[in-house]
Design a protein around this ligand. Sequence first.
Ligand code: GAR
Length: 210
Amino acid sequence: MALARITVLISGRGSNLAALIDAANAGAIDGAITQVISNRPDAGGLAHAERNGIASCIVDHRAFATRDAFDAALADAIDASEPDLIVLAGFMRILGAPFVTRYAGRMLNIHPSLLPAYPGTDTHGRALADRATRHGCTVHFVTPDVDGGPIIAQADVPVLADDDAATLAARVLEVEHRLLPQVVGWFCAGRVALENGGVRIVDSPSALVF
Ligand code: GAR
């Protein structure tokens, strides 16, 4: 079977993108990252695409008067690459329902919290303010319900007494870099799917432990 074609959407540093590229290069994912799209021209992650010979483009949200216009331009850019999977890896724009529905079942997001706790932004600061003892990250299918789509997998870390938002974010980021390639690998192998609004595990569930 042909390798799955993967488009990755970023807004910034792109360390999760780099983890995906490394996993694909190592053969750990039955897929190829064929396209990177950033909504910010200055996103550091674009350099990872360039270094690895991956086509990239910018769809700058500031150039569009409305969310719908931005979403339409983004969809055009995505569709030009005919991806099997779209991964939001630190993509910091909220996408409209028609856009999300168009890619139902083939768009994943990584979020830096143990959803349903802390959707939205400043997840690490909010976990600290709540004196949470565990924190982590979630990979889920994207639905119009922002940060609310069906959860595929999570990874957690301890919150330490002397943590600040930066140290906690760094600890979570380490597990993000393992969880996201793992789940993308499962998707490309046909082992997870969105079905009837829930996650269907196609292979032995016991094998799907992070
Ligand atoms: C990651 O922590 C990711 O989980 C988060 O942004 C960071 C991007 O880092 N995503 C969100 O907050 C989405 N709501 P990266 O650019 O180095 O991958």
